[in-house]
Design a protein around this ligand. Structure first.
Ligand SMILES: *Cc1c(COP(=O)(O)O)cnc(C)c1O
Length: 428
């Protein structure tokens, strides 16, 4: 099957042929690829080609595709019934595993997506503070709910000036509840808080930003943001939907020495299923229904199959943490590709944090914020992306995203990546 024929068929019945716009190739051109199966670090595409996968379902597949342990756990759970709409014992077993690794979280609520987790976090922050406004950073993505699609990164990236919602259909009144400040600029956040005394419910941030490309926090930034939020009586929400269990067993917030009031987790912790979580201290979490007055619900929340995959994934990560080996692989990609790009005179450099990375089409790293990310050459990135895909490496189809390695990526996979990059850069 060709991707073109599958795409034409999908486009007739699905807008743009994709069920999430980040899968489209709008930013790089060409026809989006279709996957039919995956095993470990590799994907088999619909045209029969095998490629090295550096998207890893946007980071969710940290153990690699079709991991035998996860597959067995999923099959066993499915045989017992796939959803009951009644509490199951395994939900607490997963919650206990999360709580045990996060010192500032006593309780979690399981939900079906990162979007839902953040919606719940925001409503909870507003519910307990009695305030309405939210401060968010330009280029951070917190899911596709109305108030957070203002200057959002990832697929919602636009060329606008940042004061407009990144989507039609968002009431101006809702967008006005979101104050936008640059990432990596705690003074700007402090100024936004000071300009609206007593009105900001929460400051929300991705601790390591992953939706304008990989943009790590400057030293001290997260602590300063925490201080600013608390000085003004606002809560700090750390959106760790990408970060959680991606760099270590637990959250980046802890590693950064901060204590967020509410955290959201997704991707890795879902084990490849639609599962995410919102967590906080008991007093805050008990403000959620049914104990409290902040309402939140879900027919499939805590789904037994998803919970089984999540438990197996977290247990495997704890039994044999793959992080140091993954970091070394990303460091090798960074070193080798940046040296090759310099040798070939191509303004493209890898910026990374631990186990995630982005090839930014610039020779002026670091990229610190959305302005820096947007200054990169989108056309050059598109050529790099297609050069890599032609040579068997699937990268994220936009430089406003991050690439991932999994525990299943081998040294030979990194050799393939480095050689493909060398050849692509030579051709550029
Ligand atoms: C992916 C992502 C979300 C949204 O999660 P979904 O499961 O796609 O709804 C929210 N926040 C961050 C930081 C993300 O990367």
């Amino acid at each position: 099957m060709t991707h073109e024929s599958l795409y034409a068929r999908a486009c007739a019945v699905i807008p743009g042929g994709v069920d999430s716009p980040v899968r489209a190739f709008n930013a790089v051109g060409g026809t989006p690829v279709f996957a039919v199966s995956g095993k470990g670090s590799r994907l088999t595409l619909a045209d029969g080609r095998e490629v090295l996968d550096c998207c890893c379902s946007w980071g969710a597949m940290i153990l690699g595709h079709a991991d035998p342990g996860v597959t067995r756990a999923v099959a066993r759970a499915a045989e017992r019934g796939t959803t009951f709409g009644i509490a199951t014992p395994a939900e607490a077993e997963l919650a206990e595993r999360i709580v045990a690794r996060v010192p500032f979280v006593d309780k979690v609520r399981l939900v079906n997506s990162g979007t839902e987790a953040v919606m719940t976090a925001i409503r909870l922050a507003r519910g307990v503070t009695g305030r309405d406004l939210i401060v968010k950073c330009e280029g951070c993505y917190h899911g596709h709910s109305d108030g957070l699609l203002v200057s959002a990164g990832s697929g919602a990236m636009t060329a606008g000036d940042g004061s407009q919602p990144a989507s039609a259909g968002i009431p101006a009144a809702v967008a006005a509840g979101t104050l936008v400040v640059p990432y990596n600029d705690a003074e700007a956040a402090e100024a936004a808080l000071a300009a609206h005394p007593g009105r900001v419910a929460a400051v929300i941030v991705e601790p390591v930003a992953g939706n304008m490309g990989c943009v790590p926090p400057r030293p001290g930034y997260l602590r300063a943001l925490e201080r600013a939020a608390h000085a003004h009586g606002a809560l700090l929400i750390c959106d760790e939907v990408i970060n959680a269990w991606r760099f270590r067993l637990g959250l980046h917030s802890e590693a950064a020495g901060i204590t967020p009031d509410i955290v959201t987790m997704g991707k890795v912790i879902g084990g490849g299923f639609p599962l995410a979580a919102v967590g906080a201290r008991a007093a805050l979490m008990d403000a959620l229904a049914p104990t409290g007055r902040v309402y939140q619900a879900g027919t499939l929340s805590g789904n037994p199959v998803a919970v089984a995959a999540a438990i197996e994934t977290l247990d495997r990560l704890a039994a044999d943490p793959p992080y140091a080996a993954m970091e070394a692989k990303v460091a090798r990609i960074e070193r080798s590709v940046n040296a090759a790009a310099a040798r070939h005179g191509v303004p493209l450099r890898i910026q990374c944090h631990a186990t995630i990375f982005t090839p930014f089409a610039t020779d002026a790293l670091p990229v610190r914020d959305l302005t820096g990310a947007k200054a990169c050459d989108a056309t050059l990135y598109a050529r790099f992306f297609h050069g890599m895909l032609d040579r068997g490496v699937y990268l994220e189809p936009s430089q406003f995203e991050v690439a991932f390695v999994s525990a299943a990526h081998t040294e030979a996979d990194i050799d393939l990546f480095v050689q493909a990059a060398e050849d692509t850069l030579a051709a550029l």
